[in-house]
Write a protein of this length. Sequence first.
Length: 224
Amino acid sequence: MAVHPLTVGFDLDMTLIDSRPGIKAAYEALAARTGTHIDADAAVTRLGPPLEQEIRRWFPEERVAEISDVYRELYPAHAVAGTLAMPGAREAVDAVHAAGGRAIVVTAKYEPNAKLHLSHLDIAADAVIGSLWAEAKAEALREHGAHVYVGDHTGDVRGARTAGALSVAVATGPCGADELRAAGAQVLLDDLTAFPSWLDRYVADPDRYPAGGVDGDGARAASA
């Protein structure tokens, strides 16, 4: 695949979308379908890792694959309509396009469901790659030549660093700013509303933000 002059990758859950209401509804539907107690309120505080990790909390190992398939089957009817765009999500993707770049989504979520979310919320990603978590996200980031990867979880930071991409973290998910910084995030934003102005600075002087180093500002251990 030809490398684009600017490709920015984004995580999905709690980076581009607030899927907590929808995922809670999907877990409640799964509990009703299977007759098994699932603490949906607790589950939505742990978004980021693959679905199977959460399913193992409520079902024996031999049923994890089966129940995960049931959840994915229930998901479109229960999770998509209740999910919201995170503040600044559309503007962040639009900023990449305005800069002449490509915006891709690399997520641990089942890819068909990820695409349903983006379509429903009118977030115009150039490519969507699903079922990749943490370091495995580097596969897609490298394939698409991503220079930057934006995420809310320490797993996203690890994926970016493994790919040799600049890790931009937003403190909008389950991992706090200090945890993201300690994991190696090189740029730390409060949320995506700050992303377009940061991208302007990055495009103007990308050498200020070396993928292997920290933000040239030196503030907030990778500040906006």
